[in-house]
Design a protein around this ligand. Structure first.
Ligand code: ADP
Ligand code: MG
Length: 378
């Protein structure tokens, strides 16, 4: 067990890393953040910020010397860096688990191998793979295997010809071609698993996206308890099969009451931000606890919650050429609303700048209040 005031290492300095730093500080730990951006949200509040690339040998060695354990806040950190660090100190989640979730081909292969439900797909490495793809995969979505996020690196294709064009447009990067499913809605499960295999699942969230970016999460999900429970069971099964240690997110599609795993994230997740204000222990504190070997906390929600993302677009509503800080006072006047801003210097359209969560005992009222709150600023 790693006790405070030990120093913990975080690879990545985005908002997820920032919430980790806050949770670690609350428990009396120190945090070293590695991120090449000198202005990164987590780096700016860390005890130490190593401004260097994720595979910089000096920075990794300094991290190994000063930290008792290391974790990550995004899946695109080179798995090689995690493997290197694991020679010197505990790294959770493991390089292997991160390697699976950072590559859509490996991820889908993992789901297939272990019998977890997923959309029909095929790996695409050459134009011949598209020529030979099963006709049932169209209409489909061609997704780059690596580095896609928030709907980036994806092209919707009606037929084989469009898939070929899209593959060329994606510069023949390795891809997966996935059948387009008629989604009824989407849900996600965030859970934490400790080194002894104990799992604590947060309540299933119902998510809606705008332009491929998470927009709103509603908890409890407006679905049958059966679907919500099955999603938790599948997510737990995935964590066990990966021998995962840390906080893990699993996204699902729901089609006619049936669950399909969409993707995994080896870290806390945007759709788990509601846990900060609505759960006994939040997803970031759980990440700290799993990393240090402390007992996991209670994951129960004490309130219904609706989380609304605040994208950079909001900063340009008054003037498309100059950013203006939205009127936070209006939002903060809403009862039971909690505002979280990530301290990012520049607002850009599509960039996640913050979020707010409305909590309460009546799920219907919370939803109405959250939607009314959003109208106040946009
Ligand atoms: P990202 O890494 O960008 O989150 P996802 O694979 O989760 O990529 O896709 C983003 C969104 O696009 C999903 O949340 C869903 O709304 C939609 N989408 C992705 N794949 C499919 C599919 N096979 N069928 C229908 N909609 C999909
Ligand atoms: Mg996704």
């Amino acid at each position: 067990m790693i006790l405070p005031p030990a120093t913990l290492g975080m690879l990545g300095g985005g908002q997820l890393g920032r919430f980790f730093v806050i949770a670690a500080h609350e428990l009396g730990y120190r945090v070293v953040v590695l991120d090449p951006d000198a202005q990164s949200p987590a780096g700016r509040i860390a005890d130490q910020h190593l401004v260097a690339a994720y595979d910089d040998p000096d920075a990794l060695n300094r991290m190994a010397e000063s930290c008792a354990a290391v974790t990550t806040e995004f899946e695109n950190v080179p798995a090689g860096s995690l493997a290197y660090l694991s020679k010197f100190l505990p790294v959770r989640p493991s390089a292997e688990a991160v390697a699976i979730s950072q590559n859509r081909s490996a991820e889908k292969g993992f789901l297939k191998q272990h019998g977890f439900p997923h959309a029909p797909y095929t790996d695409v490495r050459s134009e011949a793979d598209i020529a030979q793809a099963n006709a049932g995969l169209f209409p489909g979505i061609l997704k780059v295997a690596r580095f896609g996020y928030d709907g980036k690196g994806q092209v919707r294709v009606q037929n084989r010809e469009e898939a070929l064009l899209a593959f060329r447009q994606l510069k023949h990067e390795p891809c997966v071609l996935e059948q387009m499913l008629p989604l009824d809605y989407e849900v996600s499960v965030v859970l934490t698993r400790d080194a002894a295999g104990v799992v604590k699942c947060f309540p299933t969230a119902e998510n809606s996206h705008r332009h491929g970016i998470l927009d709103v999460s509603i908890v409890p999900a407006r679905t049958s308890g059966c679907v919500a429970g099955n999603a938790q069971e599948i997510a737990e099964g995935i964590a066990q099969k990966m021998d995962y240690v840390g906080t893990l997110a699993v996204e699902f599609f729901i089609v006619r009451g049936q669950l399909f795993v969409n993707e995994m994230a080896p870290r806390p997740h945007n759709s788990g931000h509601y846990t900060i204000d609505a759960c006994v222990t939040n997803q970031f504190e759980q990440q700290v606890r799993a990393l240090t070997g402390l007992p996991l906390g209670e994951a129960r929600a004490h309130s219904a919650a609706v989380m609304v993302n605040l994208l950079g677009d909001l900063w340009y509503l008054k003037d498309p050429h100059h950013s203006h800080e939205p009127d936070w006072a209006k939002l903060l006047a809403v009862p039971n609303l909690k505002l979280h801003l990530y301290g990012k210097h520049h607002a850009r359209p599509g960039r996640k700048m913050g979020h707010f969560t409305v909590i309460g005992s009546d799920a219907q009222k919370v939803q109405e209040s959250a939607l009314a709150a959003r109208r106040l600023i946009g």
